[in-house]
Design a protein around this ligand. Structure first.
Ligand SMILES: C[S@@+](CC[C@H](N)C(=O)[O-])C[C@H]1O[C@@H](n2cnc3c(N)ncnc32)[C@H](O)[C@@H]1O
Length: 232
């Protein structure tokens, strides 16, 4: 069972608290909720899917594992698949871009019906956008992880709903307030790569016929942040 999940999804699953009532948005094959239930971490999950093919895969896998009484596969866009009565306290949104993740979250917040205490987000790109959204919507970043798998680096960001708006600096939003405290090898590799890219970008935009001064200042600020963190 444990090898059902990729290293990335194993790390995502570790952030799901025991007995959580989970919605897995864009569940695809429903491996994440199946694994959590088979490992007896949780007892109830909704596997949401916007596309019929992946929903069908989820239904087949749920049925193969005889878990129809514990996992409901539902067709729908983002968090539209859950209702207040489901008493969901944890949402996983993994394996999508940061823009799509924040759009899904924003549509849910706009419903103004109920809240979700814990958000476990794994954007494939656009991590700082996801952190900004969390900050602006009163989610404190309580946990993070970064890992490398198959030549990609993946970040996992866990938000917890709090009563006062947390404050994060540009550095926090860029690299992660928790990730920057324990710079593992995936973190160092990712940001060394990005630093090289930012330096190239800076040369490019500085040599433009009409240099965009605001953009130049932003890239310089990010280069300074990264140099500070990597030379620590
Ligand atoms: C790359 S897969 C990721 C699957 C799994 N969550 C993972 O991390 O391995 C993305 C899945 O999200 C689904 N998806 C994309 N947009 C969605 C949306 N707005 N609502 C629900 N599911 C969505 C796609 O159909 C696809 O199955």
């Amino acid at each position: 069972m444990s090898n059902m999940l990729s290293k990335r999804l194993i790390e995502v699953s570790k952030f799901v608290k025991p007995q959580a009532r989970l919605v897995d948005v864009g569940s695809d094959h429903a491996y994440l909720p199946i694994s959590l239930i088979e490992n007896k971490t949780i007892d109830f999950a909704i596997a949401g899917e916007v596309a019929a093919g992946p929903l069908h895969n989820s239904e087949q896998n749920i049925s193969y594992h005889n878990l129809e009484d514990k996992i409901q596969a539902r067709l729908g866009d983002g968090l539209d698949v859950i209702e207040k009565e489901d008493q969901i306290d944890t949402a996983v949104i993994a394996g999508m871009g940061g823009i799509l993740i924040t759009e899904i979250l924003q549509r849910f917040v706009n419903r103004q019906e109920f809240t979700i205490e814990s958000l476990i987000l794994q954007p494939n790109i656009g991590e700082s956008l996801v952190r900004s959204w969390l900050m602006e919507h009163n989610y404190e970043i309580v946990n993070e992880n970064i890992l490398a798998e198959d030549g990609h680096s993946y970040e996992i960001i866990v938000g917890k709903l709090v009563s006062t708006t947390p404050e994060y600096s540009r550095e926090d939003l860029l690299v992660g307030p928790i990730l920057k405290k324990n710079k593992n090898s995936a973190f160092i590799d990712k940001w060394n790569r990005k630093l090289k890219k930012y330096r190239k970008t800076l040369v490019g935009i500085s040599n433009a016929q009409q240099p965009d001064q605001e953009k130049i200042q932003q890239v310089k600020a990010d280069i300074n942040i990264l140099e500070g963190l990597l030379n620590d």
